[in-house]
Each structure stands twice: as C-alpha cells, then as structure tokens.
Design a protein around this ligand. Structure first.
Ligand code: NAG
Ligand code: NAG
Length: 236
C-alpha cells in the first residue's frame, strides 16, 4: 500500500500592513515558487546561492526585498525591490529561473514540509534542529523538522500569531487543512508548538479551511493518543 502524506506547516506573521488584504481574501495567500519565470530588472543586489531555498531565505532577511529571481545555471540570486504585480510588464518566462515573492513580514510563511512515501519512511534519516536559521534555508527538503526551541526563537524574532497545517494523503485522497484560531484555545496551540509541554484541547482550537475534507478535522474529539481531544506530538 502506498501512502503519500504531504505536510505543510505555516505560520502567520502579524503585520498591520497586510490586514486590509487579508480582509478581502478571507485567508492569506500562500507564497509559492514559480518555476520557469523571472522578473527582469529592479535588482538591488545579487548574491550567490547554492540552491533556491538559500536564495529565498536571504530575501526574507531583507526589509526591502520584495521578491527573488533565482537563476539556476549561475546559481545567482537576484533580490528585487518590485514584484510581478507592481511590474507585470517585466515578468517573463525563463526556463532556467524561479521567481518567488517575499511575504515573510506579513502573510504565511512555509516552515516545514514532510513527504512520507510509505509507512516506514518516518524512520528514514531526517534532520532536526533547534535553529530556524538552519531549517528555513533548506526550503526544498522534505525531511527535516524544526524543534520546539526553534519555533520559540522564530516566534520571539518574528512575532507570529497563528499556525496553519496542510496535509494531503493519497489514499483515501483527502485534504487536511486547518488554521489555529485567534482565541485562547488557538493561542494554546501556538504555545504548544513554541514552549509548552501541555497538550491543548483540540475542539474549538482551529478552523477548517474551505478545501478541507478530512475526517481528522471533522472529529476533533477523537484526537489524542493517551487522552482524547488533545493535540499530541503524534498529530496531525
Ligand atoms: C541533513 O543536513 C545535511 C547538511 O545540511 C545535508 O547534507 C543532508 O542531506 C540532510 N539530510 C537529510 C535527510 O535531509
Ligand atoms: C478532497 O478534496 C480534494 C481536493 O479538493 C479532492 O481531490 C478529493 O477528491 C476530495 N476527497 C474526497 C474523498 O472527497
């Protein structure tokens, strides 16, 4: 039996600048890499980066970096003051480039991704770290985890307020997609991931997002291993 579990863990960085945008769309846009595209010009700096993840990470550290275009052949990371929205005329197809916008200072940021090919792949070698500076640049890795202290560090530095989870399981083909609420129960979930060992209550702690059709999210009262209705380290 083939299991394919795709887990994305995202955090919401709270910034007043994006509140209006969030209101209109209901949920935050996900920033994704776009293979085969480049924004031409508008660079303020070019740095060498061994991979795309490193390039994107460099951009997230810069206040003025709005987007990056990574040129795979020369391993060149071009940091831009503009985006494809502000300069649509300069957004072009380029098979050797990848474009991505930086919304690290507001909106959702990808902090973890894990792909399980079968039931045993949990036991495969993976990297764990207490430092988000080690984990975040390996953006493309499917086998790494940020540990609790790393989440804490990230929260202290970036001040995120919410966590979102996305998983897809090939069999039975369902999407699990939830967001921790902006209430006390949701705050306890953030606390669980950042500093506290106390397993928070599940029911009422999250909102199901529009594409969620999982039975996991529909049965909050059945979560937990030793105790029901608890966020457990084994979940989601
Ligand atoms: C763990 O990290 C090291 C150094 O960054 C890397 O070379 C290795 O491929 C990583 N292992 C996994 C399983 O991701
Ligand atoms: C759940 O949603 C996904 C994505 O929208 C869809 O591909 C899948 O068929 C749905 N699964 C079920 C069991 O309805």
């Amino acid at each position: 039996m083939e299991i394919f579990l795709y887990v994305l863990l995202l955090i919401l960085v709270h910034q007043p600048a994006v509140v209006a945008d969030r209101h209109q769309s209901g949920v935050c846009r996900d920033n994704r890499e776009e293979f085969g595209y480049a924004l031409v010009g508008h660079d303020f700096r070019t740095v060498h980066a061994d991979n795309f993840g490193r390039c994107f990470f460099e951009c997230t550290l810069e206040e003025r970096c709005q987007s990056v275009t990574y040129h795979w052949n020369g391993k060149e990371c071009k940091m831009k003051k503009e985006t494809k929205k502000s300069r649509p005329e300069d957004f072009v197809e380029n098979p050797a480039a990848t474009y991505m916008e930086n919304n690290f200072r507001g909106g959702w940021t990808l902090i973890g991704r894990f792909v399980m090919k079968d039931q045993n792949s949990m036991e495969d070698e993976s990297n764990t770290s207490d430092s988000y500076r080690t984990i975040l640049p390996n953006y493309n890795s499917n086998k790494q985890y940020l540990l609790r202290n790393g989440f804490k560090q990230l929260k202290d530095d970036m001040g995120f307020t919410q966590i979102r989870f996305y998983c897809f399981k090939k069999k039975p083909g369902r999407v699990f997609h939830i967001m921790a609420n902006k209430n006390t129960k949701g705050a306890n979930v953030v606390k669980f991931f950042t500093e506290s060992e106390t397993m928070p209550t599940v029911c009422g702690s999250f909102t199901r997002l529009p594409d969620d059709n999982s039975s996991l999210a529909a049965n909050c009262d059945k979560w937990g291993y030793m105790d029901y209705n608890r966020w457990d380290i084994n979940l989601p």
